[in-house]
Design a protein around this ligand. Structure first.
Ligand SMILES: Cc1cc2nc3c(=O)[nH]c(=O)nc-3n(C[C@H](O)[C@H](O)[C@H](O)COP(=O)(O)O)c2cc1C
Length: 200
């Protein structure tokens, strides 16, 4: 049976629920382009490559914002902080209200970076890959910023969540893989990969 035949049998609701089981952060993808502010909230952001520096997110082929946003010389990615839940809803809401009252700065190239983000990336479009009803957008990263926000907003099962302070304490995770104590000095790599590299 082909993959396509499998996909046809899947109920979209069931698939959405399965996708929603995977927790993610949320970013603002935003730019000032042709004199207009354009942006969306996206939970599909992920890191891709160190050399060259690439990140990606997926945008619906029906997006009314992407045709304008993709024209920007530079796109800003801002990792939303855990107090940005209302900001996230605003960035996903009516287009004319998305930036109302939001504190942000615009880089020379036009990337829009939100204040109090956990991290920021100044990017340009590297490649677009059509994938079903979305386009995977690969972005080249030109600059990164530390941001002023401390803790990230988490999106899980269609709801916002926060990480517990304990979850953010590296000392509680260091040296334990699947609950078992390991000697990090001797067992630094897993199957030839640095655990730190792949978890970045
Ligand atoms: C938490 C959250 C995550 C979202 N993630 C994505 C995403 O990864 N890709 C996407 O195309 N839209 C995503 N959206 C929807 C967009 O923010 C936006 O509402 C949508 O693109 C419609 O607006 P547009 O027609 O201006 O593009 C998300 C919305 C929310 C609230």
């Amino acid at each position: 049976m082909t993959l396509h035949a499998h996909a046809q049998q899947l109920d979209p609701r069931t698939l959405r629920d399965a996708f929603g089981a995977f927790p993610s952060g949320v970013v603002a993808v935003a730019a000032s382009v042709k004199g207009q502010l354009a942006g969306i909230a996206a939970s599909s952001f992920t890191s891709v490559s160190i050399d060259p520096p690439l990140v990606s997110f997926s945008i619906s082929t029906t997006s009314s914002t992407w045709p304008l946003l993709r024209e920007a010389d530079r796109l800003g990615i801002s990792v939303l902080a855990d107090h940005h839940d209302a900001v996230c809803r605003q960035l996903a809401g009516p287009r004319e209200e998305r930036f109302a009252g939001l504190p942000f700065r615009v880089t020379d190239g036009g990337a829009v970076l939100l204040d109090e983000a956990v991290a920021t990336y100044d990017c340009s479009v590297h490649e677009e890959v059509v994938a079903g009803d979305h386009v995977i957008v690969l972005l080249e990263v030109h600059e990164v910023g530390g941001g002023d926000g401390e803790h990230p907003l988490v999106f899980h099962r269609s709801a916002f969540a926060k990480l517990h302070r304990d979850d953010l304490d590296p000392a509680r995770l260091d040296g334990r893989i699947n609950g078992a104590e390991v000697d990090r000095g001797a067992e630094k790599t897993v199957a030839g990969h640095s655990a730190d590299e792949d978890a970045a």
